[in-house]
Structures are given as structure tokens and as C-alpha cells.
Design a protein around this ligand. Structure first.
Ligand code: ATP
Ligand code: MG
Ligand code: MG
Length: 381
């Protein structure tokens, strides 16, 4: 029985392990904390990323290593790659860990990005504001997630406050200033490539963020016209450039009908959770298949899906459990402000049925504000 090793024991590892089991694949997870949520469904090795003794034993027990956590240090990934197959390749992980390298690669691959400039010093920041203009977002090049490590500047006068917030982190990892894009829509494309180079994408997902954290997704994104083909072509170009094997996500803004690249995630992605129930093959199953050298499954949607992220704490599951084709996911994590603790996916064969189900769940849970963007889109003729 093949064994898949997963670095990081969060909900992504947990969902990977659950998808791996029916394929006859065992999983072994590494995390630095003993109560990592993937440990509830898979054996867990408790070790940090520099514990090479534990990692040596782990590498000897698995056939392929993959990632739940995109910020595993590049040295750890390289060290493991010297002992066991690692997918995606550490080089792809390294690009995705650095917003500057990532956006530079996007442009080389023909994907436009918001204007950006690297910032290392306070003087750089002033120059960067002149170059990209305001409003703008200052971000750490590395280690940011869920909108952490970011500061929004309304005008150039916010430079001091931005530097006070992020300058110290910038001295260690570098910063990047990006033009703030007043986008029409935010989309993501989830893509998968296997060892043979077979490549597929799921239908584009439309996403809504609150305070930099994904709140709501709708898939397939309505009214995408030729954006699906363009997003798929760009994702394929990127995957081939990186010799990527596995699932990755490309986060996109739509501005004036054009795609702009925000970032890529070198792993399964929150905006692809709907694929568990809403697609013929989920992102998790196809990731396992890809990294273990199996053929890929059909990425087509079964109908329409809406995903709610539960952030901070879980609402009452009953309204979801009692709604047709609605699915509850409790990650088994401690409640904590801003933390992703679960999600729900509501599926339906058509827009009216989905609007009815989503509206019912949202009203029952007092989450109308969260659901509103999807209800508005579904109400459009
Ligand atoms: P993730 O959890 O997706 O990894 P992150 O911390 O890496 O998030 P980003 O994806 O860079 O952060 O930003 C989070 C959200 O903030 C974006 O999805 C988008 O809604 C908004 N955002 C980020 N950059 C810009 C920009 N240049 N212009 C407008 N909005 C932006
Ligand atoms: Mg990110
Ligand atoms: Mg993001």
C-alpha cells in the first residue's frame, strides 16, 4: 500500500488523508503540535521542520512527500527531496513562497499582475509609492496568509504607519508594494498536473474575502465567457514552467474584463473545497492521484456549489445537516478569532434551487451578511 507523507497537519492534510483512503493510499502527517487536526484521521509525527532525525524516519516510511503548509522551509523540502520523491518540486514551492518571485514569474508566463515594486528600506517605500501610486498594499514577501503581514495605504501619507507595522518584518524577509486593484471580481482557478504531464482545471470559482480571509465561494463562477480558457492556458504555462506535479491554485482579479495574477498556492486550496461534493473528482483526490502517479479524474462540476467558510467559531450545524445536498465540515480545531474552523458546501442542480438552499441556511444561522454576495449574483437574470 503506498504511503503519502504530508508536511503540515491542518485541515488540508486532513481532507487529503480522507481522500487518499479509498484509493488505497495511507497517509503519514508531520506537524510541530500534537493536536494538529489531521492527527484525528491520520497518524501524526510530531516534529518541527529542523528535526532532521524525525524527518529521516518519516522519509523512510513514505513513498511521496507533499505539503499541507506552503511555508515549510525550502531547505527542509530540498533535504527531503534528497531522500524521497517530493511533489510539488521544492523549486516550485520556493517561487510560491516569495511574492516577488511569484509575480515576476506570472509576468514571464504572460499573466499580468497589479503594479509592484520590491521594498527593503523606508526610502524604497517612498519611491515605490511614487511608482505604483496610491491606494496600495504593502505586503511581506514571505510567510503571509489570510491577509496577515499586509498594510493598506490609502494615500502616501500612510507610509509611516505602514513602515511602523511591517518595517521590522521587511528587514528580515523583504516587502513588496502592490497597487490596490479595484477589481470587479475575484476568481481562482484550481489546476492539477500529474507526472505524465496530463493537465486539468476545475471550473473557475468566484471568491469573496472579508478582512483578507476567504469567506464565500461560488462555483462554477457565472458569466466567465472566455476567462476560463485564458485562466486554464495561464495555469498550464505556469505548471509546465515549474514542472509542477499536484494541485495548485491561482488567485486572480478581474479588472476591465482582464485577468491579473494575485498569488499562487502550491497546494490544494480553500477556494477548491467545493470540489469535494460539487465536482466529479475533488481537488484532494486528484492531488493524491497526481503525486502518486495515477491517472487524473474528471474535474467537471456536478452542478452549482456555494461554500461558506466558518471563521473564528462554528455555527449550529443543524440547518446545514437538514438541507438537501448541503455538507458540513468541522475541522475539529479550537475556536479562535480569525481561525478557519470549518466550512459548509451547499450544492444544487440550478441557480434558483441553490439560491433557495443558501438563503434558507443563511437565515437559519443569522449569516445573511456573509451569504449576500452569492444571493445577489444568483438573483441576477
Ligand atoms: P491567502 O490566505 O489567500 O494566502 P494572503 O495572506 O496570501 O491570503 P492575499 O491573497 O495577497 O493574501 O490577499 C488577501 C486578499 O486581499 C485578496 O484575496 C484580495 O481580496 C485582497 N487583496 C490582496 N491584494 C490586493 C490588491 N493588490 N488589490 C486589491 N485587493 C487585494
Ligand atoms: Mg497567500
Ligand atoms: Mg490569497
Amino acid at each position: 500500500q503506498p504511503v503519502l507523507g504530508i508536511l503540515g497537519g491542518g485541515q488540508l492534510a486532513r481532507m487529503l488523508a480522507l481522500a487518499a483512503a479509498p484509493l488505497g493510499v495511507k497517509t503519514l502527517v508531520v506537524d510541530s503540535v500534537a493536536d494538529a487536526c489531521a492527527g484525528q484521521v491520520a497518524p501524526l509525527v510530531v516534529a518541527d521542520w529542523k528535526d532532521y532525525e524525525a524527518l529521516e524516519r518519516f522519509a523512510a516510511m513514505v513513498d511521496v512527500v507533499t505539503f499541507d503548509f506552503e511555508n515549510v522551509p525550502a531547505e527542509t523540502a530540498h533535504w527531503l527531496a534528497g531522500r524521497v520523491a517530493v511533489s510539488p518540486v521544492p523549486g516550485a514551492l520556493a517561487v510560491a513562497q516569495d511574492r516577488l518571485a511569484e509575480k515576476t514569474l506570472f509576468r514571464e508566463c504572460g499573466l499580468d499582475t497589479p503594479a509592484f515594486v520590491a521594498v527593503d528600506t523606508r526610502e524604497d517605500l517612498d519611491r515605490a509609492i511614487v511608482e505604483v501610486g496610491a491606494p496600495a498594499i504593502l505586503k511581506t514577501r514571505r510567510l503571509g496568509y489570510d491577509g496577515k503581514g499586509q498594510f493598506r495605504l490609502k494615500t502616501a501619507a500612510d507610509a509611516d504607519a505602514a513602515w511602523a507595522a511591517l518595517g521590522a518584518q521587511g528587514a528580515v524577509h523583504g516587502l513588496i508594494l502592490e497597487a490596490f486593484v479595484p477589481f470587479e471580481r475575484e476568481l481562482s482557478v484550481i489546476a492539477v498536473r500529474n507526472r505524465e504531464g496530463d493537465f486539468r482545471t476545475w471550473p473557475l470559482t468566484r471568491n469573496w474575502h472579508t478582512d483578507g480571509v476567504l469567506s464565500l465561494s461560488l462555483a462554477p463562477a457565472p458569466d466567465i465567457d472566455e476567462l476560463q480558457r485564458r485562466a486554464t492556458d495561464l495555469a498550464r504555462t505556469l505548471a509546465e514552467r515549474l514542472d509542477y506535479v499536484g494541485v495548485f491554485a491561482l488567485e486572480l482579479f478581474v479588472k476591465d474584463g482582464q485577468l491579473l495574477g494575485n498569488e499562487m498556492a502550491p497546494r490544494v486550496h480553500n477556494s477548491g473545497h467545493w470540489t469535494i461534493e460539487g465536482a466529479h473528482t475533488s481537488q484532494f483526490e486528484n492531488h493524491v492521484r497526481a503525486v502518486l502517479g495515477m491517472p487524473l479524474g474528471d474535474t467537471g462540476a456536478r452542478g452549482l456549489s456555494c461554500m461558506f467558510n466558518w471563521i473564528g467559531d462554528l455555527p449550529d450545524p443543524a440547518p446545514v445537516l437538514t438541507t438537501a445536498d448541503a455538507h458540513w465540515h468541522d475541522y475539529g480545531k479550537q475556536a479562535r478569532p480569525g481561525r478557519k474552523v470549518g466550512h459548509a458546501t451547499i450544492c444544487a442542480p440550478d441557480e434558483d434551487t441553490l439560491a433557495g438552499r443558501v438563503g434558507h441556511v443563511a437565515r437559519s444561522l443569522d449569516r445573511e451578511e456573509q451569504a449576500n454576495p452569492v444571493l445577489q449574483v444568483l438573483a441576477q437574470p
